[in-house]
Design a protein. Structure first.
Length: 239
């Protein structure tokens, strides 16, 4: 079964735009669990423009499903937070400071030694590690050499091609990368721009997918469809 982890960053963005605690980010984490999500994802950034470090600590205290923290391990503050809160999974993303959203995976060949070092830090703390990679077979092979438990395929390219009607072209590189990950014994996650239109096709072509992390599209759909209904609709796409 492919798990759905709901990224609640955009709930925090809405709260921060007005100040105060409405909507309540911690309550949102509790609610998406109650509505059927298999996990909660957060991606704290140094400027705390959406999820705050205090949110991560508060969510960890009440989380009952899987907790996934995404971020850039070159930031010591992020590393310290992960080691303090000990989520089920940490997803390492090579974001630049101030970056609007994640837009590329790790060069697992160029940064092999660094990734080996950082992954070992988290694994020694009992935290499962996933690293963000582009759908390139060589990058998957490089990831396997770092000691990571999983990779997360960066799916923006898939989403754009799928929306343009190029369904076969959209998925081909992802299937090749996913097959290589399976061959090498890596767990497989995916995320970025997956939505109600393209998620089912992605899962059908990569049925051994462990987890998807979805935030922006799901929260946008929830404005019109309601959060509980939306979580269930996304779950159905993964069946």
């Amino acid at each position: 079964m492919t798990k759905l982890s709901v990224n609640i960053n955009k709930i925090a963005t809405l709260r921060n735009s007005r100040g105060g605690s409405n909507p309540d980010v911690v309550k949102a984490a509790v609610d998406v669990q109650l509505f059927g999500a298999d996990g909660v994802t957060v991606h704290p950034r140094p400027d705390e423009r959406h999820i705050r470090y205090s949110d991560v600590r508060a969510i960890k205290k009440i989380i009952t499903t899987e907790f996934n923290i995404e971020g850039n391990c070159t930031e010591q503050k992020f590393v310290d937070l992960v080691l303090e809160t000990k989520p089920n999974q940490v997803t390492l993303v090579p974001d630049a400071e101030g970056q609007l959203t994640s837009d590329h995976g790790w060069d697992t060949i160029k940064h092999k030694d660094y990734l080996i070092e950082m992954i070992s830090v988290f694994k020694k703390a009992g935290i499962r590690v996933s690293i963000f990679v582009d759908p390139i077979v060589e990058m998957v092979e490089g990831a396997a050499a770092t000691g990571t438990d999983r990779i997360e395929l960066y799916t923006e390219g898939y989403a754009k091609q799928y929306a343009a009607g190029n369904h076969h072209e959209s998925i081909a590189h992802y299937v090749a990368a996913a097959e290589k990950a399976k061959e090498l014994g890596l767990g497989l996650n995916a995320g970025h721009d997956l939505d109600l239109h393209n998620l089912k096709f992605f899962k059908q072509n990569i049925p051994w997918l462990d987890e998807v992390s979805i935030g922006h599209a799901l929260i946008c759909d929830a404005i019109y469809l309601g959060l509980e209904n939306t979580v269930q609709l996304y779950k159905r796409q993964l069946q």
